[in-house]
Design a binder for this molecule. Structure first.
Ligand SMILES: NC(=O)C1=CN([C@@H]2O[C@H](COP(=O)(O)OP(=O)(O)OC[C@H]3O[C@@H](n4cnc5c(N)ncnc54)[C@H](OP(=O)(O)O)[C@@H]3O)[C@@H](O)[C@H]2O)C=CC1
Ligand SMILES: O=C(O)CCC(=O)C(=O)O
Length: 429
């Protein structure tokens, strides 16, 4: 390593890393590999450009007023307007949203869509709210962050516990403020409101395409391969469905309710139907329920974490038996676990690549909204596949050339693109 390379700042401890410090550590790990001309600009990746904390009061159905804390963070806008989802979850913190926004900056650069990185969230357990309370929460939050968002400023999209309906409410609230319909302010909208065909499945499709490319490189046949998926929401369900369509066996699925296992393969469509009917996977009849911790040691070729951060960590990384971990979630693997998996010869397809299919089709949606000209699903899926496969292959090649992990190679490509844009823009107004 070059002795003059930027050093890991002392405030980054390897113990007890939260998501933001994990993001920082990932940047620091690749700093020495970036072109020297970019080193003076690395600091721009170490802090968000701007962040906002908002009070979101709503009237509950029982007449009482309750307050929730909301966030929107623009991590970096060097390459274009901010872009990233909105998460509703009881554990959301500013630090987490900063990390998610940072990963958006890198991800958008990795797939070369002309966006910066942003993210938002509300610290709320949405399962405790009625539909009308959720609408009120979403509308108030949108109104509070309206100075930060806009079709050429920052374009939110769905993330955990938000969906096309959430985006419809956000679009409507923003449009009311503008006095006109502004479809391009959010993506992941319903098709009837300027949404894009293919966006619903796009993240899962991207996960599948990058998994398929990795499998080709490692000569692992998809036909009959065993897959374990954590999370059975937008990303987990679509990924599982696409693996199954390619002939793989989905041997385990975990959600909040528990872990269902079937060595012969779970019926993904039946599980989805069961979940829709019962609101949970618990007691679904097509497999046996195993202990949640046993999920990590399920024998499989592919493991797809598609729920929360830091799920694969120093406590369970030794258990993982998969050949390839494909990160559907953002930040599911801690740096310590990354090192353990690498040591054990397990390939990790990193989040900033593997789950970039969602934002890629969000980009298509934004473009379609601007031109009011909509593409066919075949066209969208074909373009998505091409972008994901090209990004994968560029990262694989760099990783081989430099003898680094796929995550580091993705960060080298992403950070370089962001910092080149930043450096070229210069400092003064
Ligand atoms: N939606 C998108 O387009 C994108 C999402 N991502 C990332 O993918 C991940 C999942 O997002 P998404 O699918 O949209 O979210 P959803 O809300 O649609 O689904 C989340 C899933 O994770 C499960 N889950 C939540 N907490 C746990 C836990 N502690 N243990 C096991 N399972 C859990 C949920 O279970 P239950 O249903 O029981 O609550 C649910 O099945 C997140 O990290 C998100 O940032 C990344 C790129 C794009
Ligand atoms: O579609 C988007 O704009 C962002 C999706 C997202 O939040 C993510 O990729 O983590």
């Amino acid at each position: 390593m070059n002795v003059n390379a930027p050093q890991l700042p002392s405030y980054i401890s390897s113990e007890n890393l939260g998501p933001w410090h994990i993001y920082l550590q990932q940047v620091e790990q690749v700093a020495p590999f970036l072109d020297k001309s970019l080193w003076p600009w690395i600091e721009t990746l170490r802090r968000p450009k701007r962040s906002m904390i908002v009070d979101v009061p709503i009237r509950r159905d029982n007449g009482e007023v309750e307050h929730f804390e909301g966030y929107r963070v623009h991590h970096n806008t060097s390459r274009g307007p901010g872009k990233g989802g909105v998460r509703f979850h009881q554990d959301v913190t500013l630090s987490e949203v900063m990390a998610l926004a940072g990963w958006m900056t890198i991800k958008n650069a990795v797939v070369n869509v002309p966006f910066g990185g942003a993210k938002g969230g509300i610290r709320v357990d949405p399962r405790q709210l009625s539909l009308s309370e959720l609408e009120g929460l979403t509308r108030r939050y949108t109104s509070e962050i309206s100075s930060m968002i806009g079709p050429d400023k920052d374009i939110p999209a769905p993330d955990m516990n938000t969906n096309a309906q959430t985006m419809a409410w956000m679009m409507d609230t923003y449009s009311m403020g503008e006095g006109r319909t502004v479809t391009g302010v959010v993506t992941g909208k319903p098709i009837s409101l300027g949404g894009s065909l293919g966006r619903q499945d796009a993240t899962g499709r991207g996960v599948f395409v990058t998994a398929r490319e990795a499998a080709r490189k490692l000569q692992i046949p998809l036909e009959g391969a065993r897959v374990a998926v954590q999370g059975f929401g937008n990303v987990g369900e679509a990924s599982a469905r696409m693996f199954a369509q390619a002939g793989a066996r989905i041997v385990a699925i975990q959600d909040v309710s528990g872990t269902i296992y079937n060595a012969a393969g779970l019926d993904v469509a039946a599980l989805k139907a069961y979940q829709q009917a019962n609101g949970t996977l618990l007691s679904a009849p097509c497999g046996e329920f195993i202990d949640n911790t046993a999920f990590w040691g399920v024998p499989c070729e592919f493991m797809v974490p598609a729920a929360l951060e830091s799920q694969i960590n120093r406590f369970n990384a030794e258990q993982v038996l998969a050949r390839i971990v494909v990160e559907g979630a953002n930040g599911p693997t801690t740096p310590e676990a990354d090192a353990i998996l690498a040591e054990r010869g397990i390939t990790v397809v990193p989040d900033v690549l593997a789950n970039a299919g969602g934002v890629t089709v969000s980009y298509f949606e934004w473009v379609q909204d601007f031109s009011s000209f909509f593409w066919s699903e075949e066209e969208i899926n074909a373009r998505l596949e091409r972008i994901m496969a090209e990004a994968f292959n560029a990262i694989w090649q760099l990783a081989e050339q430099r003898g680094m992990s796929l995550r580091s190679a993705a960060f080298v490509i992403g950070c370089s693109r962001v910092l080149e844009a930043r450096a070229t823009r210069g400092l003064y107004p």
